[in-house]
Design a binder for this molecule. Structure first.
Ligand SMILES: [Zn+2]
Length: 167
């Protein structure tokens, strides 16, 4: 059982449940540290929704075409650039030492996801329905213990808290 991260077309990244966990684990600290614009915190919220210990195993994943990239070209370009910068930072093993394990395939996941994002052309999000967290749902709280953005106060902890049972 696993989860699919779609590239808007035929391309997709299918990860096992454990692989999904590693993928989000390495991406979240980079996204948390780079987040600056409102959109970035909405993307962070989308990542918090990938927490299988809350959402259910094999019940997560998203498609790039379901992301609200922005209504005008300059917004879409900036949003896509943010995601690419986060992937690049994550690929430098940014804060991987804070994880309680070494994610052996994470670099490969990031490389494949990056290629998918690079080739994806975000379109106008005017007609998009649901899926992507709105401005009011953005992840603004930071877990004091793990220093990653979380869905606090809606959830009791960040993805590392739930994993490690440190509520
Ligand atoms: Zn935490």
């Amino acid at each position: 059982m696993g989860n699919t991260f779609g590239g808007g077309g035929e391309e997709s990244l299918y990860l096992s449940n454990g692989g999904t966990e590693a993928f989000i684990d390495v991406l979240m600290p980079a996204v948390s540290d780079l987040a600056d614009d409102e959109w970035d915190y909405r993307f962070a919220a989308l990542l918090t929704l990938q927490d299988q210990s809350v959402m259910g195993h094999g019940a997560v994943g998203f498609d790039l075409q379901d992301i609200a990239w922005g209504s005008i070209a300059v917004e879409r370009a900036r949003a896509k650039d943010f995601v690419l910068r986060a992937i690049t930072l994550a690929s430098s093993r940014h804060r991987w030492s804070e994880l309680s394990y070494d994610p052996p395939f994470a670099l490969d996941y990031l490389r494949r996801f990056k290629a998918m994002v690079e080739s994806f052309v975000p379109s106008d999000d005017v007609h998009l329905v649901g899926g992507f967290p709105g401005p009011d749902e953005r992840a603004v709280a930071s877990c004091p213990q793990h220093r990653v953005l979380s869905a606090l106060p809606r959830w009791e902890g960040c993805f590392l808290c739930t994993r490690l049972g440190q509520w």
